[in-house]
Design a protein around this ligand. Structure first.
Ligand code: NAP
Length: 267
């Protein structure tokens, strides 16, 4: 079987070597092909599976520009794009690695969201394993709304964490610490919390004043933000969700929950 990978960006630079290392035959399709590469239409003609590794907003137009024939499978690697974008192809599947790829990292070791019909799912799951990926079966078909929610979750888990750390860094600066000290000192806390969550679940891992029912400390945190002129929206939103986790863990009594709720409601 021959694969065409159309669009040679960050995802393709990880996918193409991984496919080749797994023994697959791969041709690369590019708008301006270099040595040993092809125009997208020529790469697609030569292939059984055609991977459209172009920016999400260009998947549909690229699919519409290719000369499909019966038996071919079109794939995209987008988290946010419904398979309807691949409608010009005879069959379509999604293969979305849950990893930030900057062009210098491999694919292996993470989950890959697979949306495929019953005929293609087993072979895609087998390919995922051959690439060192863990198959994550997505609903099929997956609506545009479900795709958007799934992708929003992935973005929250990746860049959302960066936004939380940026907020933490701003608080350290407000406390008079040098900002360059923040990330090296705080990131291990994030890693530790994630490691604990993987072992014990989210509710089992939550710690800090909210998990301890320490409403006085929570109030002092919020007062400190107000005194520094910082927006407390993110801290408040996260505090409410931590309280829900602590309640789910059954670690707080009714009086502690009431005190924490009162502390949050006062803002
Ligand atoms: N990067 C990640 O972390 C990551 C992770 C998971 C999934 N994905 C998904 O992988 C797909 C590719 O993302 P990427 O990060 O590799 O993007 P990218 O680095 O921007 O590369 C996309 C490639 O598509 C081609 N291209 C650019 N503009 C185009 C246009 N207007 N029309 C047609 N082709 C165009 C270019 O290749 P040529 O110059 O070779 O034509 C470009 O290098 C997306 O669906 C994305 O959601 C990315």
């Amino acid at each position: 079987m021959t694969h065409a990978v159309v669009g040679h960006g960050r995802l393709a630079r990880a996918l193409v070597p991984a496919l080749r290392a797994a023994g697959e035959v791969v041709v690369v399709g590019r708008r301006s092909p270099g040595a040993g590469e092809f125009l997208p239409v020529d790469a697609a003609r030569a292939a059984d599976w055609v991977w459209l590794t172009v920016p999400d907003d260009h998947i549909a137009a690229t699919a519409a520009s290719l000369p499909w024939r019966p038996g071919q499978l079109a794939l995209h690697c987008s988290g946010a794009t419904p398979l309807a974008a691949l409608a010009p192809a005879p069959a379509a599947a999604g293969f979305h690695p849950l990893k930030l790829l900057a062009g210098d990292t491999g694919l292996a070791g993470v989950h890959v969201g697979i949306e495929a019909d019953a005929a293609h799912r087993p072979v895609l799951e087998a390919l995922a394993r051959a690439l060192g990926l863990l198959p994550l079966v997505l609903p099929s078909p997956m609506s545009a709304q479900a795709r958007a929610a799934y992708h929003a979750a992935a973005n929250l888990a990746a860049s959302g964490v960066l936004a939380v750390l940026a907020e933490a860094q701003a608080l350290w600066e407000a406390a008079g610490l040098a900002p360059e000290q923040a990330l090296p000192a705080l990131a291990p806390l994030s890693r530790g919390a994630l490691d604990t969550a993987l072992a014990r679940g989210l509710a089992g891992a939550v710690s800090g004043p909210i998990a301890r029912g320490d409403a006085g400390v929570l109030t002092r945190h919020l007062d400190a933000l107000a005194a520094a002129g910082l927006d407390a929206d993110l801290l408040l939103a996260l505090a409410r969700r931590q309280l829900a986790l602590a309640e789910a863990a059954g670690r707080l009594d009714a009086a502690q929950i009431a005190a924490l709720r009162a502390s949050l409601a006062a803002r």
